[in-house]
Write a protein that binds this ligand. Structure first.
Ligand code: HEC
Length: 143
């Protein structure tokens, strides 16, 4: 039963990221499917919900396949004394925090992935995507 759940989770994740089944094991390095950079909700559903869940609470279909449980994204403000930590969240999503530098975290480095699908000025597109995703997360905070 345990095995079945894990396989289902991996499939759901690879489907949501537009990957082949084999590629799911290399999830941190693969390119991402295109979404509208101005739509926080569209990006969240395509890139984040597989692990963090549609409601952001950390129980997406792929969660069981990970070593570490995905964070509850609805409690970020609460954990930070009631203030949503915008800058930290943006850096975390991009993968620029010092603690992520070793690339050992379970969560993909979205900065690199967004750069790989950014046309025109990739840096601007990364900034735009991360900003809109962060605003979407800010809107799902519990009091
Ligand atoms: C492959 C699964 C996976 C995907 C996809 C994923 N995350 Fe995560 N995320 C995690 C895990 C696991 C953690 C817990 C920390 C770790 O990786 O060690 C985490 C942590 C976080 C944190 C830090 C929370 C805190 O407590 O500081 C934020 C913010 C976050 N994710 C946002 C996102 C966003 C936004 C997306 C989509 C662009 C996303 N995640 C996609 C697995 C994932």
């Amino acid at each position: 039963m345990r095995v079945l759940v894990t396989i289902t989770a991996a499939l759901a994740l690879s489907a949501s990221l537009g990957l082949s089944q084999e590629a799911a094991t290399k999830i941190k390095k693969v390119p991402t499917t295109y979404t509208n950079p101005t739509s926080g909700v569209e990006m969240y559903r395509n890139y984040c919900a597989a692990c963090h869940g549609l409601d952001g609470k950390g129980s997406g279909p792929a969660a069981a396949a990970l070593k570490k449980a995905p964070a509850d994204l609805t409690g970020l403000a609460k954990k930070n004394g009631g203030k949503f930590p915008t800058l930290e969240v943006q850096q975390y999503i991009k993968g620029e925090s010092i603690t992520d530098a070793h690339g050992s975290r379970d969560m993909p480095m979205w900065g690199d992935l967004f750069r790989s699908i950014g046309a025109g000025n990739p840096e601007m597109v990364v900034t735009l995507r991360v900003k809109n995703l962060t605003e979407y997360l800010a809107g799902m905070q519990v009091k």
